[in-house]
Design a protein around this ligand. Structure first.
Ligand SMILES: [Zn+2]
Length: 154
C-alpha cells in the first residue's frame, strides 16, 4: 500500500494499474486522502437497476499513457459491496453516489478494463492537457454533489 497511496491522483487507484497483479484497489468516497480505504478481493451487486451517467478521468489513460481522453460511463447508482481489509476483516457496505462510481471504475481495472474501452462509454478527446484539466475541474465539482459516506451493509 505504500506504493499505491503516494501515486493516488484522485479518488482511486487499482494495483494492476501500477503493475501489481493483485485484486486490490484504494479509493476515497470524497477524494479526501483521509478517507482512503484499502479494498482487497472486492465483489459488488447492484441495488436496483438505476444507473447514473457521469464523466470519468483515469490515471492509466491520462497520467500514464498521456492520452487526453475521458469517458462518459453509466454506473449503478447504488451497490452492495464486500471486500477484505488489510487486517483480514470482511467489510460489507452499501455505496452510493460518487463512492459507487469510483468503486465500479476501480473494479473494472481489476478485470483488465479501462473506462474508455467500455462498450457503453462515450469517449471525449481534448486537444490539450489544459483543456482536459479545465474539463476535469467541472467534473470534480459535479462529483462533489454526490459525496456520500459509505453505509453499513445489511
Ligand atoms: Zn482508472
Amino acid at each position: 500500500m505504500e506504493t499505491l497511496i503516494p501515486l493516488m491522483p484522485a479518488a482511486g487507484l487499482a494495483a494492476p494499474q501500477i503493475g501489481i497483479s493483485c485484486s486490490i484497489f484504494i479509493f476515497s468516497y470524497d477524494r479526501d486522502p483521509a478517507h482512503l480505504e484499502i479494498v482487497i478481493n472486492p465483489t459488488f451487486v447492484p441495488i436496483g437497476e438505476k444507473k447514473i451517467v457521469g464523466w470519468e478521468g483515469c490515471f492509466s489513460t491520462i497520467l500514464v499513457s498521456g492520452v487526453r481522453k475521458v469517458a462518459l460511463v453509466p454506473r449503478y447508482e447504488k451497490i452492495a459491496v464486500a471486500y477484505w481489509t488489510l487486517d483480514g476483516v470482511l467489510v460489507d457496505r452499501v455505496l452510493e453516489g460518487f463512492a459507487a462510481k469510483v468503486f465500479q471504475h476501480e473494479y473494472d481495472h481489476l478485470r483488465g478494463m479501462t473506462n474508455i474501452y467500455r462498450d457503453d462509454a462515450e469517449v471525449k478527446e481534448f486537444a490539450t492537457h489544459e483543456e482536459l484539466n479545465q474539463f476535469m475541474v467541472e467534473v470534480k465539482k459535479e462529483d462533489s454533489k454526490r459525496y456520500l459516506s459509505p453505509k453499513r451493509g445489511s
